[in-house]
Design a protein around this ligand. Structure first.
Ligand SMILES: Cc1cc2nc3c(=O)[nH]c(=O)nc-3n(C[C@H](O)[C@H](O)[C@H](O)COP(=O)(O)OP(=O)(O)OC[C@H]3O[C@@H](n4cnc5c(N)ncnc54)[C@H](O)[C@@H]3O)c2cc1C
Ligand SMILES: *[C@@H]1O[C@H](CO)[C@@H](O)[C@H](O)[C@H]1NC(C)=O
Length: 534
């Protein structure tokens, strides 16, 4: 890795999708409205002032009252998402209403420093033992970054055009993000395998002690998935076990637990402890439609079956399972290899001559003992701001939401900084948060925050004497995201040509899929880092 410069205007912590987008903009690529959005209010306002770096909150003031936009993402993120993918809910591959224009005068010196071994942040890591071949929740278009899209990458590497409705594997997405910096010419600013620490405020900016760098602006793009919530002390003895003979114990009720199950050898004995509270806190997997997400739907059914039979072995012929139509069901003999234990608790772990035995209490009160060969404790992931010195952590976390009692101290979820993000992504003077740290964890919702941070940073970078009075560009209040309600009116004239050739059956499927993606994500709690056992 090249040596780091002693001074840059902006240091970005992290090298995930949000850091990559911001770096792309700070390289002097400015988003402009090029017309054609179906929302007449947006169209009028943006046509008069097309640079997205000059945007003001009145642009999206109407989002909250419009049925077209629902209320989950920050308005600024909803805005960029709907401009980049107008009618993503009703149309396949809609044409973007944004074009990226190069303006070298706007180039701002910066460096994005991340601990992931390649560009892509959490996509480059795999902290749980889940297979790299598992499909992503998002469809490919929703994971694309500016200028070089996932489908560009697909076409470039495979020499064929990408089919519609691809859910790439984690490995393929990681590959795409890895290739992105070189493809758009930002490699000079992206550091990998580098952990920053000891960041403090100085009289005229910030100092990064771990690397001796000073900067004027600090952008936190460190995400909320870097830390696995660790197992409690009682389970600590199981942590290092790697025996494939005794059963695998999985604790957790969400996607990570499901991913581990899907990645486990079909003949391996699995004991799966999960919380089952269908009314108060349903499993994130519940929203997974069997057509869009057959693998997760299969696991959910097994969990449901276990809850119905209360931890007893499942009958081998289950009416709940449409086995013929679902390859994931047929991939293992669930009745003999999988044992789901809803609401079970572990009372004790003993070591009998190197063999570990767990004493497990079922919901029914019954207690049984079982040898354990390996533990996967997958109850959720969080972020951390420990790379800031105490004073800066206090500044950033000031008036943030307190940790819920379920969260280990010091860990950051999507909720922690959300309220602050809703009032301003500049959470302390000259410190911005972007990406999942700001509470919108989908890649498609990362662009808006990056555009906002860039507008503030370039503003002061180009006029060093201004005191950065934030005239006009106060941040997003309230929240919205593009509606996926199927009843929204078809748009006017963004892409009339493609419209002619649109296959209506595909359209219907596209709508179903977009709806499923959104539903799975918003119901899953994954946007918040996943649920955990209390
Ligand atoms: C299992 C899983 C599946 C997901 N699937 C999808 C999906 O299908 N679609 C979707 O849109 N989103 C998905 N997400 C959400 C995810 O938030 C986004 O895809 C995206 O990664 C967010 O990007 P980011 O830049 O905010 O942060 P991240 O990608 O989390 O990157 C932040 C990086 O900063 C690093 N970092 C933290 N502290 C330091 C430090 N002190 N020094 C150096 N580096 C540091 C972290 O280790 C991490 O590598 C998924 C998340 C997970 C965990
Ligand atoms: C598990 O516990 C929750 C809350 O205590 C309860 O509502 C639920 O019914 C229990 N599940 C089973 C399968 O007993």
């Amino acid at each position: 890795m090249a040596t780091l410069p002693p001074y840059v205007d902006t240091v970005i912590v992290g090298n995930g999708p949000s850091a990559l987008i911001l770096s792309y903009i700070l390289h002097g690529h400015i988003p402009y409205y090029r017309g054609g959005h179906h929302d007449a209010i947006l169209d009028t306002k943006l046509s008069a002032s097309p640079s997205l770096l000059d945007l003001t909150p009145d642009l999206y003031a109407h989002f909250q009252s419009s049925l077209r936009y629902s209320t989950q993402a920050l308005p600024i993120n909803t805005l960029l998402d709907t401009l980049i993918r107008p009618n993503a809910d009703t149309e396949i591959n809609p044409t973007s209403c944004i074009e990226w224009r190069s303006d070298p005068r706007k180039t701002t010196s910066h460096i994005a420093i991340g601990d992931a071994a390649q560009a892509g942040g959490q996509w480059a890591d795999n902290p749980v033992s889940a297979s790299w071949d598992i499909g992503t929740l998002s469809y490919a278009e929703m994971l694309s970054l500016p200028e070089y899209s996932y489908s560009d990458h697909y076409a470039e590497t495979r020499k064929v055009a990408m089919p519609d409705f691809i859910r790439p594997s984690r490995a393929e997405v990681a590959d795409y993000f890895k290739a992105y910096p070189a493809a758009v010419g930002i490699s000079d600013s992206i550091q990998t395998s580098t952990t920053v620490s000891g960041i403090s405020r100085t009289s005229n900016g910030f100092h990064i002690a771990s690397h001796g760098i000073s900067c004027k602006h600090l952008v936190l793009a460190s995400g909320i998935f870097g830390v696995n919530i660790p197992p409690p002390k009682l389970l600590a003895p199981l942590a290092g076990l790697k025996s494939a003979c005794e059963p695998l114990l999985i604790i957790g009720s969400g996607f990570s637990a499901a991913d581990v199950i899907l990645s486990t050898h079909p003949h391996r004995q699995i004991i799966h402890i999960f919380q089952w509270m269908p009314d108060q806190r349903p499993s994130p997997l519940r929203g997974c439609h069997p057509t869009a997400y057959p693998e997760y739907a299969t696991i959910y059914r097994q969990m449901k079956l276990a809850a119905l039979t209360c931890g007893k072995r499942a009958p081998s012929k289950s009416p709940l399972v449409r086995r013929k139509s679902n390859p994931f069901f047929n991939s293992r003999d669930w009745a003999t290899c999988y044992r789901g234990l809803p609401n079970a608790t572990i009372m004790d772990v003993t070591n009998d001559n190197g063999k570990y035995v767990a004493k497990i209490k079922l919901e029914s009160g019954e207690v049984f003992e079982t040898p354990i060969g390996h533990l996967e404790y997958v109850v959720g992931r969080r972020g951390s701001l420990k790379y800031l010195d105490q004073a800066l952590q206090d500044e950033v976390l000031e008036s943030s939401s307190p940790n819920s009692e379920a969260d280990p101290a010091g860990l950051i979820s999507a909720h922690t900084l959300r309220t602050k993000a809703e009032s301003d992504l500049e959470v302390a003077p000259k410190i911005f948060i972007i990406g999942s740290l700001a509470g919108d964890s989908l890649v498609r919702h990362a662009v808006g925050g990056c555009v906002y941070a860039a507008s503030q940073i370039m503003d002061t970078a180009s006029s060093p004497t201004s005191c950065s009075s934030k005239t006009g560009t106060t941040t997003p209040v309230g929240a919205t995201s593009p509606t996926l309600k199927t009843g929204s009116p078809l748009r006017a004239n963004c892409n009339a040509h493609q419209d002619l050739h649109l296959d209506r059956r595909k359209l219907k499927r596209s709508v179903d899929i977009a709806t499923a993606e959104n539903k799975v994500w918003s119901e899953s709690g994954w946007w918040g880092g996943g649920w955990r056992m209390p």
